[in-house]
Ligand binder design. Sequence first.
Ligand code: ADP
Ligand code: LRH
Length: 480
Amino acid sequence: SAVKSYAAVDLGASSGRVMVGRVGPEGLELTEAHRFANRPVRTPEGLRWDVLSLYAGVLDGLRAAGRVDSVGVDSWAVDYGLLDADGALLGNPVHYRDPRTEGVAEKVWDTLPAQELYAATGLQYAPFNTLYQLVAARGTAQLAAARRLLLVPDLLTHWLTGEQGTELTNASTTQLIDPRTRDWSREVADRLGIDLGLFPPLRRPGDPAGLLRPEVLQETGLTGPVPVTAVGSHDTASAVAAVPASGERFAYICTGTWSLAGLELTAPVLTEESRAANFTNELGLDGTVRYLRNIMGLWLLQECLRAWGDPDLDGLLAQAAGMPALRSVVDAGDPAFLAPGRMPERITAACRASGQPVPGTPAEVTRCILDSLALAHRRAVLDAQRLAGQSVDVVHVVGGGTRNALLCRLTADACGLPVVAGPAEAAALGNVLVQARADGLVGDLAGMRGLLARTQPLTRYEPRGGTDAWRAAEARLADR
Ligand code: ADP
Ligand code: LRH
């Protein structure tokens, strides 16, 4: 038939899923074949990803997906597995929330000042950028034994196909790529003694990445050959590709475990002002730059829910919606919230320290988190426009957070702009569409977005006026 099916493996920090996208003359339809938890494990060595259980979830998902024309893999950024000389995985990939990178950046900047590093790579400071992780790992037996480094989606692609490559959009989160040349920054690597030879050659979204191995076909019941296509393997790159925008004047916010808020540009912004504002220049599809800021995102709520014994989320959100706005806010960009554990206490402590009313009940804490996220969304959307010299008249919100209507509504209010919310599974859709494009079924980025705008259910939230209260809350945070 003229309808083709693509399996998108999308691994988020909180769950993994295998989605099937059907693309044909009628349009685009996405269904969930399998969803599984992504539960990091605290071992005596530190916080680790359970990559074997993720791989098992991928195989289960491919089995459930049935006949597909190709497969693509995307996941969260920056983390990697190391392979020894026999090609065997050395230990479990370290989680980006593991404390091993504490204080590492300061040491790196002694050799390579933060200003120079930003001018060369355009990457925001985050303690977990792959560059800092590799410096933290220096001198370990594991790194000494490593002959190959594969970023998480590249590792899974390797296990599925036997082939190796480093996909570019995700490579751009290592802080070892020059966003102007879209190639490795040899100078940065050399000055920090990082061996770029560990990385297999770069590949780009749409490039072939091999065929499912015979053993994988056997285990999943699929009939070969099934090609694997490189997609925007950074989940945020795939999500931004699936923003259903019709024009160019849009900001996006990818909301899930993180909120990634910013603009799509044609060239990086590498100014000192941009560095000070902690904006990143990650690479997107077709020569684009994802100019954005990382905000702690729904992680803050996930961690509170865990601490409260996982109460019903709908009930909590309904209660939070009825509360007065902006009673107290925290800085949702603060890396102090990066580590897991004791989140309700850390949030109430931040409110107390800044002299604001201290939220008590779970609903009050929830409201504080959502107000704080909306405020951080506002700041990022405003700052990005100013720093890039490009203004917008709509904010597209994509990702799991679009299922949280209160968050979308508050974001529209805070930004003073209409919010168009959806799709929730943007990363999977971006993944599917890059595969379809490699197959000749869809056109350029604008064509992909047009197809999404026509086929995906979207919800529009108009701002309810009065950004004054948000400006005042912002000032309150800045003063503390
Ligand atoms: P990631 O890809 O980082 O794992 P997702 O994009 O899947 O994250 O988003 C997960 C988040 O979406 C959850 O933490 C939760 O806050 C939010 N979410 C998911 N489903 C719902 C829902 N039904 N109502 C409200 N929020 C939801
Ligand atoms: C979101 C994400 C984000 C990165 C973070 C490590 O899943 O990929 O873009 O900054 O994880």
